[in-house]
Design a protein around this ligand. Structure first.
Ligand code: A2P
Length: 294
């Protein structure tokens, strides 16, 4: 993970990271650090902030890391560290205060205060609580709203991105505005059972053919393609062999022909607004349906 991508004025973000949704155990995070991951992605919603904090402390104790400074930690709410490298708004969605069970009911949503929330994020950066701030699951329309008033523009937009959901329009927009894109679900996500279909990435014929020809796994082809787009990926694996395999992917390149074939893969979004809201009724907080076309 020496390969780092510059974004804004902040510290460079490693090109690859470990995802910890859902409920990564402390020793899975420690194993990731041991095999060389230096970028950890967590969130209050994943129930893994504690494991990340503990794994980093343990890695320092064991001498795997010299100090906290050696890892880049992204989160979407507070955890037991003095600072975060990157702090993100998890969704352009606001819920009523109090415990909410997901998927939420539409009545649980209140309008998302783009300006108020972003001003608070800017304050976090000014106070040094976060070295950089950004957003997640934002469409170009949501970003337009933030950029209209931001004094610190978002450094990152973290979105679903893989060969089956390439986000070409959003990537072009972000490149134009200097917003670095981070890919979640780089291998297509974890729970396809609810869609009644198989994982579109790991089950892709196009990727399987390239993988076979190049002597790589489908996962490596997908992660390599994302990396070659200049996008940082965050892959979830709690398995040490697969963690290693995902990291051991910097000694080869896709060909132009591979790129063209991947470009032609039919596009399908896996994460929909249904993850957050019950599908009954209209969304009141924000037009999440937008996400399906960006
Ligand atoms: P596991 O923890 O058993 O390795 P996402 O796209 O959200 O990051 O999800 C990745 C999913 O793919 C996880 O369920 C993970 O499961 C699995 N996975 C991670 N790395 C690999 C790999 N190299 N080959 C196959 N499956 C992988």
């Amino acid at each position: 993970t020496e390969v780092a991508l510059r974004f804004g004025n902040a510290r460079p973000i490693p090109a690859v990271g470990m995802g910890t949704a859902v409920s990564a155990p402390m020793n899975a995070v420690l194993a990731a650090i041991e095999v060389g991951f230096r970028h950890l992605d967590t969130a209050a919603m994943y129930g893994s902030e504690r494991s990340v904090g503990e794994a980093v402390a343990e890695a320092v104790r064991r001498g795997l890391l010299e100090s906290r400074e050696e890892v880049f930690v992204t989160s979407k709410l507070n955890l037991q560290m003095e600072y975060l490298d990157l702090y993100l708004i998890h969704w352009p969605v606001c819920m009523k205060p109090g415990p909410i069970a997901f998927p939420a009911k539409k009545e649980d949503a209140v309008p998302f205060a783009f300006e108020g929330v972003w001003r608070a994020m800017e304050e976090c950066q000014r106070l040094g609580l976060a070295k950089a701030i950004g957003v997640s699951n934002f469409t170009t329309k949501h970003l337009d709203k933030i950029l209209a008033f931001a004094s610190i523009p978002p450094a990152v937009n973290q979105v679903e991105l893989n060969p089956v959901w390439q986000q070409r329009k959003l990537r072009a927009y972000c490149a134009d505005k200097g917003i670095h894109v981070v890919a979640y679900s780089p291998l297509g996500g974890q729970d396809w059972s609810r869609t009644g279909e198989g994982n579109g990435v790991l089950g892709s014929q196009v990727l399987a053919e390239i993988a076979q020809r190049r002597g790589k796994t489908i996962a490596q082809v997908s992660l390599r393609w994302i990396y070659e787009q200049g996008v940082t990926w965050i892959v979830k694996s709690f398995n040490k062999e697969r963690l290693k395999q995902n990291l051991d992917n910097f000694d080869w390149k896709l060909t132009e022909e591979d790129w063209l074939k991947i470009r032609q893969i039919p596009q399908k979004k896996y994460v929909t607004a249904a993850v957050l809201f019950s599908t009954e009724g209209e969304f009141t907080s924000v037009d999440l349906a937008d996400m399906d076309v960006v």
